[in-house]
Design a protein around this ligand. Structure first.
Ligand SMILES: Nc1ncnc2c1ncn2[C@@H]1O[C@H](COP(=O)(O)OP(=O)(O)OP(=O)(O)O)[C@@H](O)[C@H]1O
Ligand SMILES: [Mg+2]
Length: 228
């Protein structure tokens, strides 16, 4: 189990459900902390924009008052900070339990979704173990994604520094066209044959294709076939 405390933002406009969320999480108060509660999607966006670091996981009611809600709210949150994880809580109705419906939420960027317990269950919003585990898992994903972003950024920086030492010099139409071809070929997965006299920059072009391609984080290995 993770050691850091999970920081939550709750978006819920029904007092009753806020109480149910609080009491479901109460036994885990040393591991999960509700930082803020808001009843409104736009207010939630303001809070997140002001400081995305303040939260790890957003617990979001699907049906809330105001214009910004549902999939649009999920997309908005993910566009502000893609590593924030959203768990959607929805009313228990036939329609809302549809696989299609849940899938749409996940496609919009939600981490997970749960259907609320009926109103006569006053102390829990959702099966407590499932709810708490999904929060821990969401938090774990948040931290893994953040780490990945950090290391991707570092790798990208070292690639930039490799490429800055391998600039293709030239401003002719031929060189311009060559640079365009490099860009296009780097996006594809095809084999490329580069022809030219000795010392005209074949390996330079190969390096540019490699470091702009999906394999850019892998090693670039030039082999002198003539020598072999
Ligand atoms: N347009 C260019 N801009 C900048 N540097 C260039 C350019 N063309 C060639 N060079 C430089 O010339 C040198 C030889 O280039 P490179 O090793 O890529 O050639 P090659 O075609 O692979 O040669 P060989 O046939 O001998 O293997 C390198 O230092 C390369 O950076
Ligand atoms: Mg060469």
């Amino acid at each position: 189990m993770i050691k850091r405390k999970v920081k939550l933002l709750v978006i819920e406009d029904e007092e009753f459900d806020v109480r149910r969320i609080r009491s479901t999480l109460e036994p885990f108060c040393d591991q999960i902390q509700i930082i803020d509660i808001t009843s409104n999607g736009s207010k939630a966006v303001e809070l997140i924009e002001a400081n995305p670091e303040k939260y790890d996981v957003i617990i979001m009611d699907f049906q809330i008052a105001g214009k910004l809600k549902g999939e649009n709210l999920i997309r908005k949150i993910k566009s502000i900070e893609s590593t924030l994880q959203v768990i959607v809580v929805t009313k228990l109705t036939i329609h809302n339990t549809d696989f299609e419906f849940a899938n749409q939420l996940l496609e919009a960027g939600a981490f997970w979704y749960c259907t609320k317990y009926p109103g006569d269950i006053e102390n829990a919003i959702y099966q407590p173990t499932d709810f708490v585990l999904s929060i821990f898992n969401a938090c774990e994903k948040r931290h893994l994604e953040r780490q990945k972003h950090k290391s991707d950024k570092k790798l990208q920086q070292s690639i930039q520094s490799i490429l800055s030492g391998k600039k293709i010099i030239g401003a002719s139409g031929f060189i311009k066209n060559l640079k365009l071809q490099i860009k296009q070929l780097a996006q594809s997965d095809t084999t490329v044959l580069i022809q030219g006299d000795s010392g005209t920059g074949k390996e330079l072009v190969a390096a540019h294709i490699h470091y702009n391609s999906q394999r850019k984080y892998e090693k670039f290995v030039p082999v002198n076939c003539g020598l072999l």
